[in-house]
Design a protein around this ligand. Structure first.
Ligand code: PAF
Length: 285
């Protein structure tokens, strides 16, 4: 596996592969790789001639009071996992090469970025869109792979790709879950054993709400109340940032179930000091 740290070298390497007519699958990550990441990477390998992964903890998507310094880092284990999978190229740039002095250009996807997670994490999706645009420009992938757990991120990236006519297929892959339903996430490492047990409330509450939605009879407001009440039953939940039923493309909260064929049920909350997100997509057609 080739490890590249310099953006210009990455760009040349990927362009050479594309000139040979090879398809390139790209998986951007912030490291601390878990089975969820590995499933995206394996899919990129299956669907393309070459698979490229980036490991870069993007500072501009963290707010001033967020967990950038504490974000889990385990480069040796990441490299070992990628070698074992037989990844062709790993891009692991330094901050100062991605954001050199005087860096001043950002991508803002208006509207979508301010909803759901954007309400409590202003600037987060500007940071995500900017780094993903840079990474796509450096790798020129045929396909780029993202997990459904970060659903809003996938909606923002799809819109950016459409609006800027970027030549890449965005592939969204299903959320991988632990046996008890908890969505896999690098942030699960922060949870102590009691918090880890409490974290199952997200999937439980989402599933219950999805079942009641499919059973019919409750309005979005009623379902939101049910979802919130279920989350509040868990005493280790210290804050609920949102619990919402939304249109899957606009992320607008639904007033009426008939407004959408697919309903996104999404939650962000804190257990102790750890912020967790999860969602389910329900097809009501
Ligand atoms: O989902 C993530 O890990 C990050 O937001 C991403 C897409 C790698 C951008 O930094």
């Amino acid at each position: 596996m080739e490890i590249i740290r310099i953006p210009g070298v990455m760009q040349d390497t990927c362009r050479k592969q594309l000139q040979k007519g090879r398809s390139l699958g790209f998986v951007p990550t912030m490291g601390a790789l878990h089975a969820g990441h590995l499933s995206l990477i394996k899919r990129a390998q299956r669907e393309n001639d070459i698979a490229v992964v980036s490991v870069f903890i993007n500072p501009i998507q963290f707010g001033p009071s967020e967990d950038l310094a504490a974000y889990p880092r385990d480069v040796d284990s990441d490299v070992a996992k990628l070698r074992e999978l037989g990844i062709d190229t790993l891009f692991m740039p330094d901050n100062n090469l991605m954001y050199p002095g005087g860096f001043a250009t950002y991508i803002q996807v208006d509207g979508l970025s301010g909803k759901l997670c954007g309400m409590t994490r202003p600037g987060h999706f500007r940071g995500v869109a900017t780094v993903v645009a840079k990474l796509l420009n450096l790798t020129s992938p045929t396909r780029a792979y993202f997990g459904q757990k970060d659903f809003q991120q996938t909606v923002v990236i799809r819109r950016m790709v459409r609006d800027l006519n970027l030549n890449v297929e965005v592939v969204v892959c299903p959320t991988l879950r632990e046996e008890d339903g908890l969505a896999m996430s690098s942030r699960n490492q922060y949870l102590n054993p009691e918090e880890r047990a409490a974290a199952t409330v997200l999937h439980r509450a989402l599933t219950l709400t999805a079942e009641r939605l499919l059973a019919g009879g409750l309005s979005p407001a009623g379902l939101k109340e049910l979802l919130t009440a279920e989350l509040k039953k868990e005493t280790l939940v210290t804050a609920i940032d949102y619990a919402a039923l939304c249109h899957a493309e606009t992320l607008e909260e639904l007033q009426d179930i008939g407004q959408a064929k697919e309903v996104l049920i999404a939650v962000a909350l804190k257990i102790g000091r750890t912020r967790l997100i999860d969602n389910l997509m329900v097809n009501i057609d």
